[in-house]
Design a protein around this ligand. Structure first.
Ligand code: ATP
Length: 559
């Protein structure tokens, strides 16, 4: 866990605000269960909680409103969680995808100061003109139109001052809450909250580094260099830094401005098809995809080119991962449950405690739906979603890039249906999927996999003699230690203990009976009812314990 950096007092104050928000949105029981309910500021405890939601609002809606109230870090957390249907229930994921972070823009003074600090020159030395009012303002940054001294039209994305500190302080608190929940709430532990915060920290930090977004834009520009319809704006690296990103201005119309598109004579079906085809190329051919292709990020230019914008959210798919997804598609079309489970094993991590037989039944059920259908009828986005839901049910963790791919596919599909409800992603995907399957099954591809495996094996075999000789050497010297972990072994030991206790007990009872018989036979004094007293006591004790042992054995069912 990362060290805490923020001041103790501000940390307690921030905790107080979080608890306040939890109470306000009727999640106060969570704070109580975590033992932090008492951190609420006194004034909030005295006054009746202000109700900011309707009674009819659902749990997911209240959770969304609460995240909005808690500010930028929590809004981002919600937005990122909305892509993780494997971690949170779908109704929460749907609601969190509505999280908007439109905020008041910050002023020009701060923009100028930031440009000076980041680019080392005064704004007027770099830009011929710079529009004071931003085109868009979000919690992390805002976008201004400008013209470079060299004449090019650009947009400049500038980061909100102080946002880094706010996010870092919030992350510290998130870490301590997550660690606390993991320790004290067994049901929260299942979701590994600390790991979620770690993943979130990685993605929010990447979003705060504009050079990463610039590199993504360059990567897309390379992949679409000769594309006849898709255009990617150029990055002006001389005027960009971690907190300032200068991009070529795209003179175009947002793809959801239908009226304007009609006036320009743009064919919406064709735009949708081109964008979806480009998405398929990103997945199957390039292994690098845009995960946020919503209509606001797709512009139609005057010459008919389609520009993609906003490269903050992009994902990589390694060759192995792509092969795995294609194998997945093959397993689905063949209805091969065993192969599918094998692939799931490779994809996430199926824990030892997963009920494999019921997982198999669920997968059988899923595959039955698709068995024998032509690829044309397989909806990739839906299959991914169903698969991820299944994994969530069995608590299998999905790698972040696969979850991002699922979110990207769903966003692209929804882009297609907004542009033209009749456009079918599956039909567009078919030739790409067919080609990918063909390539996958091609001898050269199989040979290259075998070659890679061969390389791994040679590495293993190369090390093996040394490792074996090392083990033998330790064994020879008598230092070989084996750690033996056995599940359920303790229970067997306890059972054996109990059984031997019962046995010893019955031996003692038998010994008392034999002893008492001997005493009676010797006629030892004193007597009661004409028989030796000690013998009678011995029989009574043996009888009592004997009965107790029989009842105990019958009760526990251990005959
Ligand atoms: N190169 C560009 N040319 C013209 N306009 C642009 C360009 N880049 C961004 N914009 C405008 O600025 C808006 C916000 O930009 P961008 O999407 O990159 O920021 P963001 O903060 O990630 O927003 P969001 O997450 O809402 O998409 C875009 O919707 C678009 O209107």
């Amino acid at each position: 866990m990362r060290p805490r950096k923020i001041h103790r007092y501000s940390m307690i104050k921030r905790y107080g605000k979080i608890v306040d928000a939890l109470v306000k949105y009727e999640f106060g029981y969570i704070a109580d269960r975590m033992g932090i309910g008492g951190i609420r500021p006194l004034r909030s405890r005295i006054k009746k909680p202000e109700k900011v939601h309707k009674d009819t609002d659902s749990g997911p809606k209240k959770a969304r409103l609460m995240l909005e109230e808690l500010g930028p870090t929590y809004i981002k957390l919600g937005q990122i969680l909305s892509m993780r249907q494997d971690l949170i229930p779908p109704e929460y994921a749907d609601e969190f995808s509505k999280l908007q972070d439109e905020v008041q823009p910050f002023g020009m003074e701060e923009v100028e100061r930031l440009i000076m600090e980041e680019l080392g020159s005064h704004i007027t030395d770099i830009f011929e003109c710079f529009e004071n009012t931003p085109i868009a303002a979000a919690s992390i940054g805002q976008v201004h139109r400008a013209k470079l001294k060299t004449g090019e039209d650009v947009v400049v994305k500038v980061q909100r001052p102080g946002i880094k500190k706010i996010i870092e302080a919030d992350l510290d608190i998130m870490y301590s809450i997550a660690a606390f929940a993991e320790e004290h709430l067994p049901e929260a532990k299942l979701y590994r909250p600390v790991e979620i915060v770690e993943e979130f920290e990685r993605s929010i930090k990447a979003e705060m580094d504009y050079t990463q977004e610039g590199r993504n834009a360059d990567h897309f520009a390379r992949n679409f260099r000769d594309h006849p319809r898709i255009y990617i704006p150029k990055v002006y690296w001389d005027h960009s830094s971690m907190k300032v990103l200068t991009l070529e201005y795209i003179d175009g119309v947002k793809s959801n401005s239908f009226g304007e598109l009609e006036r320009m004579g743009v064919d919406r079906t064709e735009v949708a098809t081109e964008v979806l085809k480009s998405f398929m190329k990103q997945i199957y051919d390039d292994g690098f995809f845009h995960a946020d292709l919503h209509p606001g990020n797709v512009f139609i230019m005057k010459d008919g080119m389609i520009a993609l914008l906003d490269f903050g959210m992009a994902g990589f798919l390694s060759r192995d991962m792509r092969n795995l997804l294609i194998d997945d598609l093959i397993a689905i079309t063949k209805g091969d449950t065993v192969l599918y489970i094998e692939l799931l094993r490779d994809l996430g991590s199926i824990g030892d405690d997963v009920d494999l037989s019921s997982l198999k039944v669920d997968i059988d059920h899923l595959l039955y739906k698709y068995y024998g259908r032509p690829i044309r009828q397989l909806n990739t986005a839906l299959i991914l979603e169903e698969m991820i839901n299944l994994l969530r049910k069995y608590k299998v963790r999905v790698p972040a890039n696969v979850a991002l791919l699922s979110k990207g596919a769903m966003t692209a599909e929804s882009f297609g249906s907004i542009m033209d409800p009749d456009v079918n992603l599956t039909v567009i995907a078919e030739p790409f999927a067919k080609q990918a399957i063909k390539d996958r099954l091609r001898l050269t591809n199989i040979a290259s996999s075998v070659y890679r495996d061969y390389n791994n094996w040679t590495r293993v075999l190369h090390k093996a003699p040394m490792q074996i000789s090392h083990i033998l050497e330790i064994a020879e010297r008598g230092y070989l230690k084996l750690r033996f972990d056995s599940h359920g072994f303790d229970r067997i030991v306890a059972e054996l203990d109990a059984a031997s206790n019962r046995l010893s007990f019955s031996l003692i009872i038998s010994a008392i009976i034999v002893g008492s018989s001997l005493i009676i036979q010797t006629g030892m004094e004193p007597h009661i009812w004409g028989v030796p007293l000690l013998g009678v006591i011995g029989f009574l004790v043996a009888g009592f314990f004997g009965m107790w042992l029989v009842i105990y054995i019958l009760r526990t069912g251990r005959i």
